[in-house]
Write a protein that binds this ligand. Structure first.
Ligand SMILES: Cc1cc2nc3c(=O)[nH]c(=O)nc-3n(C[C@H](O)[C@H](O)[C@H](O)COP(=O)(O)OP(=O)(O)OC[C@H]3O[C@@H](n4cnc5c(N)ncnc54)[C@H](O)[C@@H]3O)c2cc1C
Length: 371
């Protein structure tokens, strides 16, 4: 079996690890900012991926990311930038501030496989006590009390350094005995599935996996696939200056409850590799490619609330990305092409969770290919 894989986001490149012979084609390099995977926060946490299979894929992914974090610590995996960033996967404390009406833990936190995350639901008092012993950095206590947050989730997820991990995977792909051909800069965007099938036949592939993320909206004429716009500011992690708690360990901070956050305007901070990503928005159907001035001000305010000294530390870059959201991810065989002589598998629509589900999704795509 030789598989034509289209796309070079995380969903595509993970397929190289699944020991099937592949040709990989992508119109743009994975580090191009239009690739959703490159700018993402890289945090393991199911987020706006409402498929009932999400948790299964997510826990398969968690297992692999945890083993990665361990192997990096023990020195068996090198960071691709010559060691400038500590690791490709880092375990970081994550805190999500909640109001009373959202007290129930998320479904994934009650899964038996979640013990590794050490998930706890804590009152704000207990959280700030815990932070003294664990030394993690939190927003000012008075601000959170005044805003009316009553409790928090605390857990310890892996965070993938997304650009470095993509490059690591590309290198693996380049040296893998299973790679028949790879072109990450074809400049050719497919307009429909038939065009991909025609190329698969031309290249002698008997199957293909369509991993084109939001590109599938046009390719598959898929009206249920929506871009959910996210905006991030990136601060330089080593030189970032903090108010109040400079010597503390970096943590993920998330606030989706009012008044400081909301579903469409979550306030969050993710330490990822050499940067601290501060966000952001979740706006379905918003196609504006640039950051708006009012979004810039709001995210700078988020950064300040979460402890960054925004007078002394300025963002080093900004990014707008579009999460490929679909009420149900499309991970299935396309029956319309059964008779084409090429087995067509689609794998897209993982919303805000591509880095959370990629290993499980790739595993399932491969089992569809061999079914
Ligand atoms: C602000 C933001 C923060 C995020 N944070 C997180 C996080 O912390 N954790 C998490 O798990 N997820 C996060 N995500 C979501 C995650 O980034 C996506 O779910 C994931 O990147 C989707 O991967 P993909 O491979 O499907 O798509 P992409 O990475 O977008 O890759 C699609 C590929 O298809 C190619 N392509 C597109 N159109 C065509 C075409 N017509 N023909 C041929 N090729 C085409 C592209 O060039 C690209 O190579 C975040 C997203 C955003 C926007």
């Amino acid at each position: 079996m030789t598989v034509l894989v289209v796309g070079s986001g995380v969903i595509a490149v993970e397929l190289i690890r699944k020991q099937v012979k592949i040709r990989l084609l992508s119109p743009r390099h994975p580090l191009h900012p239009s690739t959703c995977s490159v700018g993402a926060g890289g945090l393991w946490m199911p987020f706006h991926c409402d498929d009932e299979r999400t948790d299964q894929w997510a826990f398969d992914t968690l297992d692999e990311l945890m083993s990665y974090a361990c192997s990096v610590e023990s020195g068996s995996v090198d960071a691709v930038d010559g060691g400038a960033s500590k690791a490709l996967v880092e375990i970081v404390p994550a805190i999500s501030f909640k109001r009373n009406n959202s007290k129930a833990p998320p479904k994934w936190a009650t899964d038996r496989r979640s013990h590794i995350l050490k998930f706890q639901c804590l009152t704000i008092d207990d959280l700030y006590k815990e932070s003294l012993s664990q030394n993690f950095r939190l927003p000012g206590r008075e601000v959170m009390d005044h805003a009316g947050y009553s409790h928090s989730w605390l857990f310890h997820p892996p965070i993938v350094d997304s650009p470095n991990m993509l490059m690591h995977m590309v290198r693996e792909l380049e040296s893998s005995e299973y790679t028949e051909h790879i072109n990450l800069d074809t400049q050719k965007g497919y307009a429909n599935v038939q065009e991909i099938v025609d190329d698969a036949i031309k290249f002698g592939c008997d199957s293909l996996v369509n991993c084109t993320g939001l590109g599938s909206k046009a390719i598959c004429d898929d009206k249920s696939l929506i871009g959910a716009r996210g905006v991030l500011l990136q601060f330089d992690r080593p030189s970032c200056e903090w108010d109040g708690q400079p010597e503390r360990n970096d943590s993920v901070i998330m606030v989706e409850d009012p008044p400081l956050g909301s579903d469409s305007d979550p306030c969050y901070m993710i330490p990822r590799g050499k940067i601290i990503a501060v966000g952001g928005t979740y706006l379905e159907g918003d196609e504006q490619p640039e950051i708006r001035p009012e979004e810039m001000s709001k995210i700078m305010e988020n950064a300040r609330l979460m402890g960054i000294n925004t007078d002394r530390s300025k963002p080093i870059s900004q990014w707008v990305g579009f999460r490929p959201y679909r009420p149900r991810a499309r991970l299935e065989i396309d029956e319309d092409f059964r008779k084409s002589g090429v087995k067509v598998v689609h794998s897209f629509g993982y919303g805000g969770s591509g880095w959370t589900v990629f290993v499980g999704a790739a595993k399932e795509a491969v089992s569809l290919l061999s079914s």
